[in-house]
Design a protein around this ligand. Sequence first.
Ligand SMILES: NC(=O)c1ccc[n+]([C@@H]2O[C@H](COP(=O)([O-])OP(=O)(O)OC[C@H]3O[C@@H](n4cnc5c(N)ncnc54)[C@H](O)[C@@H]3O)[C@@H](O)[C@H]2O)c1
Length: 364
Amino acid sequence: MEPEAVGFETMLVTGGAGFVGSNLAISFKKSRPGSRVIAFDNLKRRGSELNINRLKDNDVRFVHGDIRNPEDLKLKEQIDVIIECSAEASVLAGWGESPRYVLDTNLTGAINCFELARRHGADILFLSTSRVYPFEAINRVETVETVTRFEWDESALTSIPGISDKGISEEFSVSGAKTMYGATKLCSEIILNEYMSMYGIRGVINRCGVIAGPWQFGKVDQGIVALWAAAHVFKRDLSYIGFGGKGKQVRDLVFIDDLFELLKIQLSNLDACDGEVFNIGGGPDMSFSLLELTGICQEVTGNRINISAEPEGRPGDIMIYLSDLSKAQSNLGWQPRTDVVEVVDIVTGWIRDHERALYQVMLP
Ligand SMILES: NC(=O)c1ccc[n+]([C@@H]2O[C@H](COP(=O)([O-])OP(=O)(O)OC[C@H]3O[C@@H](n4cnc5c(N)ncnc54)[C@H](O)[C@@H]3O)[C@@H](O)[C@H]2O)c1
């Protein structure tokens, strides 16, 4: 599919001061200079305030508001497209504390955004997560251990629907515990489907694995590539947490600009992908273990840091996650292009360019 004809006059990006939202808002504005792009955010995420000037410099209007509050979402502009990127994006949200914020934002707040879409007749692209797939079922897949990473045992993959050596596909069962973060995202997906069915809203759901790139204010529970790169630049200690403390857990990664290309394709072909769900990531070719990420960060930064082992894991953590991209590749002709080393290189360059501002924000 061709990404050329992205047609909208006014786009609303919720979570628009966050990592994904700010990058997408600016990229969409640049791709369509005559359009209006509004970034809406309550600045809950530490560091997101650093994006306000950047948004303004790129002619994106910033609105300070909270998606939990329907009144804040009463915008005077007619909205054509909503990119829903606002969230409490931590998988640890609600552990050992009240889940109120994650429930109110990721579920009730998301519904408020769908309501806005209904009132305006706007199209919606929803940023969901690979965390809708249950962690116990994924961790039950037998693994083998290599020198630098865990891998799925190939012989175990044939008997489980939705998983293969290409990764986890949209067919993998969503039944089972998935963290409050994953559960709120899945509930929102279900409600969005009802909005699409009842009110004729066009929409697409993207279940993303790790997304990485500049302007991600990485922390231990979210934004692993930025966290790792920053720790190497600033020479701060890290830990390999869980799965024996060896750093062999594996993720795939999609670069933010590759994600933008995907959304551009979806927006310009909305009739064809209306109502579809896609697993989005880098796939097995763009995957890394923490141990491998350390090696890449050492190469790129020239620095070595202390990394301790914490064998005991965090609740809900996953040993291996790889996205099966087959559906997005075959239906949309989309292909992630930027590999892990390039992403680390770009993120490191960004950190070095903004060392003073990021030193405090990116504490491990
Ligand atoms: N970054 C990833 O690796 C990743 C992976 C899968 C899915 N996602 C999804 O992508 C979306 C964007 O994630 P991100 O990485 O940019 O996270 P982020 O934390 O950088 O951005 C989210 C933004 O939402 C804002 N926000 C939080 N609560 C809000 C509220 N109640 N009202 C208004 N704004 C609020 C935050 O201040 C923040 O700026 C999220 O929906 C997340 O679940 C991200």
